[in-house]
Design a protein. Sequence first.
Length: 135
Amino acid sequence: MGGGRGPVLVVEADPLERERYGSWLEGAGFDVLLCPGPTEPDYTCVGVRDGACPLLADAAVVVLDMSLESEAVMMGTAAEEILGLYLLSGSRVVVLGSHPGDEIEGQLRRLHRHPTPVELLAAVESLIAAEGRAG
């Protein structure tokens, strides 16, 4: 765990990317929770299946890479379903993906896949700042 800011939940299928994003966030003083997203055997997300993600309760912001294993094998829980769960729960989310889409002021930021440390940290910081303005 980092210096007590956050925590930020990083949902990323690629273990190297997951660790990389986590280290950037920890370096900026955030506590980090890591999740691989839906995995074998059925590629079902616990949060979608149970209606609540156990890691989400502690997260100030979620970083969600839309290229999850369930997307690659085309079974189980789709990344859009996970994003929907997060947004409906009121979570603030940074989406990493190759498809453009709308943003929600103070709740949803979109970045391309494989962002730079500056891009990722700026997006997380903007959502943290929005939370402070709303609270």
